[in-house]
Design a protein around this ligand. Structure first.
Ligand SMILES: [Zn+2]
Length: 74
């Protein structure tokens, strides 16, 4: 499964989703911040479960739980 990272909020997103009709659909808009700029080059991942209590979540300014990229390469 291909993944990409939102350049704005660093959320890791699965590039394609199966839509209601059972077809593969590529995500063009970040579900977290609405940005349309993505990268497929990143280093490290951080799983933020509770952004309010997580140090990583606070440091990365994350407000939505999920997997985030630690560093973007390009
Ligand atoms: Zn985003």
């Amino acid at each position: 499964m291909n993944k990409k990272v939102c350049r704005k909020c660093r959320k890791i997103i699965v590039e394609t989703e199966i839509n209601a009709k059972g077809k593969e659909e590529s995500l063009k808009v970040c579900p977290v911040c609405g940005s349309t700029v993505f990268t497929t080059f990143w280093k490290g991942t951080a799983l933020v479960i509770d952004p309010d209590k997580s140090e990583i979540g606070k440091a990365m300014d994350v407000s939505v739980p999920g997997k985030y990229a630690l560093r973007l390469s390009r």
